[in-house]
Design a protein around this ligand. Structure first.
Ligand SMILES: C[S@@+](CC[C@H](N)C(=O)[O-])C[C@H]1O[C@@H](n2cnc3c(N)ncnc32)[C@H](O)[C@@H]1O
Length: 220
């Protein structure tokens, strides 16, 4: 299935504006990160950070953390820098790169959080190995994924809802196309366990639009 991970500047801008209407989506995931990382001064990587709206919530919760935001697209990173500039909290180090070859030293990160980026990764297995490499032993991954099993009739409803909420056409297409390349929760669980992680939590019903998996790098 060919769905490009590349988005033009207009779509990125519109995605940014649209998603800012739903801060609670980022706030709940940031709270989940906080629940699962014990350190108050962790190094956290937001992988596939997009326009940085999750990173912003992490900034507010972790005033003394080292936050790393990574995305392959310059256009996303530009918006992410704008979104996180004002916060007089921990600085974010923005990195251009891909999940398949993280530009980070081994064992330097306590937590990796990634929201709806996995469908776009060309080599998921290699990416998970990279995540494992950059994590410290005992480090945690919090992955929010789009559910491939989400029923088609619900997708049609979602399209309608987004139209009613006056989402731009590009943003609707960006959202819905992602389901064409999404994965099942079971598939992602297998990927975690085959790349050196222990599952701490896996939740999401087959008919939900998303799932959440929290996994820990096994010690040693
Ligand atoms: C749907 S957006 C989600 C952005 C952000 N996480 C959010 O929830 O607002 C998916 C992001 O994944 C990024 N992406 C695509 N391929 C990637 C890769 N191989 N490694 C890391 N990020 C990637 C895209 O550029 C895009 O910013």
């Amino acid at each position: 299935m060919s769905v490009s991970s590349d988005v033009n500047a207009e779509t990125a801008e519109q995605f940014n504006t649209y998603m800012k209407r739903y801060p609670e989506l980022y706030q709940s995931l940031a709270s989940c990160v906080q629940e699962h990382l014990s350190s108050q001064t962790p190094v956290i990587l937001d992988l596939g950070a997009g326009t940085g709206l999750l990173t912003l919530e992490l900034q507010l919760r972790y005033p003394t953390a080292t936050l790393l935001g990574l995305d392959p697209l310059r256009t996303m990173l530009r918006l992410a820098k704008d979104n996180t500039r004002e916060t007089s909290s921990s600085a974010v180090h923005w990195l251009q790169g891909v999940s398949e070859a993280l530009p980070l030293k081994s064992g330097m990160v306590e937590g990796v959080v990634t929201r709806f980026s996995l469908p776009y990764w060309n080599q998921p297995e290699k990416s998970f190995q990279e995540i494992n490499r950059v994590l410290k032993p005992g480090g945690v991954v919090i992955l929010q994924g789009l559910n491939k099993d989400y029923p088609r009739w619900k997708l049609a409803l979602l399209r309608l809802l987004m139209r009613l909420r006056t989402a731009p056409k590009n943003v609707i297409t960006y959202h819905l196309d992602a389901y064409k390349i999404a994965h099942t929760r079971a598939w992602v669980e297998d990927l975690f366990t085959s790349t050196g992680f222990r599952l701490l939590l896996s939740s999401g019903k087959p008919w939900d639009w998303q799932f959440l998996i929290i996994a820990q790098k096994t010690q040693g």
